[in-house]
Design a protein around this ligand. Structure first.
Ligand code: ADP
Ligand code: MG
Length: 309
C-alpha cells in the first residue's frame, strides 16, 4: 500500500502546486491593464468564460500589443510577425484576432517609397539617410545648402544640374546622396544610386547576357542619377567612352541632373580618366567626359572629420 500512498501524495502535491501556479497566472492575467479594461467594457463575460479562455487571454498579454515592446517591424517578437493581438467578446465568447500593427503599416509604406529609390550596391544606412540628420558643421554647410536648394527647386521641376561632391574619405558624401534621394521621393522623384566600382562590374557582366543597351538606357532615363565614388573604379576605355560617356551625353542633352561623389576634384579626375585605361594617355577623351560632368553637375567641396573612425 505504501508505494501507492506515496504516489498519491505526490500527485496531490503536484496538483496543489499546479493549482497554485494556475491561480497565480490567473491573477497576473486579470490584473493586466488591458484585460481590466476589456472586462470592464464587456460586463457580460462570465467567470466560467474567463476560466475557459484563460489561454487566449494569456496569449494576448504575452504579445507585443500595438508595438508596445517592439522598436520596429524587423524586431517584432509576436507569434505572427507584424500583427498585433486584439480581444473581442462575440456571442458570449472571448476571441483573439490579429491585425497589422502600426510598425508593419509603416514598414509597408516605407517599402513602397523605397521603390522610388533604385539602388545598386548601396548600404542600408545610406538608403535611410535624412537631411535632418546631416550635421550642419561648417565644413559641409555649402554642400548642405546646395542640396537643400536642389530639393527645394525639385518641388516644381527637377533642376538641370546635380552636385559633384568632392572630399576625403568618410566625411559623409555618400550619406548626403542618400538623404537627397529620400527627400526627392517625397515629391515622387525617383533616384538611381549606384556605387561606381560595382557599376563597372555590372556592365561587364551585362556583355555576357546581352543587356548592355538595356542597362545603359535605364541610367540615361533615370529622373536623378547618382554615381557614388567615381574615380575609385578601374576603368576600361570601353566603359569610359561607351557607357559613362554615352549616358552623360544623353543626360546633358536632355538636361537631366547627375550627382557624383568622389575623393578627387574634377581636375584630378580628368587626369585619372586620361591615364587609367590601358590605351596610354587619352587627354582628349578624358576631357570630353569631364566637360559632360560639368554640364550635368556643380562641383562642391565637402570636408569634416572622418565619420568612419
Ligand atoms: P564618404 O562617402 O564621404 O566616404 P559616408 O557618407 O560613407 O562618407 O559616411 C561615412 C560614415 O558616416 C557612414 O557610415 C555614414 O553612414 C556615416 N554618416 C555620415 N554622415 C552622417 C550623418 N549626418 N548622420 C549619421 N551618420 C552619418
Ligand atoms: Mg562614399
Amino acid at each position: 500500500m505504501k508505494p501507492i500512498q506515496t504516489s498519491l501524495k505526490r500527485w496531490i502535491n503536484d496538483n496543489e502546486s499546479f493549482k497554485q501556479r494556475h491561480e497565480a497566472m490567473k491573477r497576473e492575467i486579470l490584473s493586466h491593464p488591458n484585460i481590466v479594461n476589456f472586462l470592464e467594457e464587456n460586463s457580460g463575460i462570465t467567470d466560467n468564460e474567463i476560466d475557459k479562455r484563460l489561454n487566449k487571454l494569456y496569449e494576448y498579454i504575452s504579445q507585443s500589443i500595438h508595438c508596445s515592446t517592439c522598436k520596429n517591424y524587423e524586431t517584432c517578437t509576436n507569434i505572427v510577425k507584424g500583427y498585433s493581438p486584439n480581444l473581442e467578446f462575440l456571442n458570449g465568447e472571448i476571441h483573439i484576432s490579429y491585425e497589422k500593427c502600426p510598425s508593419h503599416i509603416e514598414y509597408e509604406r516605407m517599402a513602397e517609397k523605397q521603390n522610388l529609390i533604385k539602388s545598386m550596391y548601396m548600404p542600408k544606412e545610406i538608403l535611410q539617410a535624412h537631411m535632418a540628420n546631416v550635421f550642419p558643421d561648417p565644413h559641409r554647410a555649402q554642400a548642405v545648402r546646395a542640396a537643400d536648394a536642389f530639393i527645394d527647386k525639385a518641388r516644381d521641376e527637377i533642376p538641370q544640374k546635380g552636385l559633384f561632391l568632392t572630399g576625403p574619405f568618410g566625411v559623409g558624401k555618400t550619406y548626403l546622396l542618400g538623404a537627397i534621394a529620400n527627400e526627392l521621393q517625397k515629391f515622387n522623384i525617383s533616384s538611381t544610386l549606384i556605387y561606381m566600382p560595382e557599376f563597372v562590374r555590372e556592365m561587364r557582366e551585362a556583355i555576357k547576357d546581352n543587356t548592355v543597351q538595356e542597362k545603359i538606357n535605364m541610367f540615361k532615363h533615370a529622373d536623378v542619377l547618382m554615381l557614388d565614388d567615381i574615380g575609385a573604379e578601374t576603368l576600361s576605355a570601353w566603359f569610359r567612352d561607351e557607357v559613362l560617356g554615352s549616358i552623360l551625353q544623353f543626360r546633358m542633352m536632355e538636361r537631366l541632373p547627375v550627382f557624383f561623389t568622389s575623393n578627387y576634384t574634377m581636375v584630378q579626375l580628368e587626369q585619372i580618366l586620361a591615364t587609367s585605361t590601358k590605351n596610354g594617355v587619352e587627354e582628349v577623351k578624358a576631357g570630353r567626359i569631364i566637360e559632360r560632368i560639368k554640364q550635368v553637375s556643380h562641383e562642391l567641396r565637402i570636408d569634416g572629420k572622418n565619420r568612419r573612425e
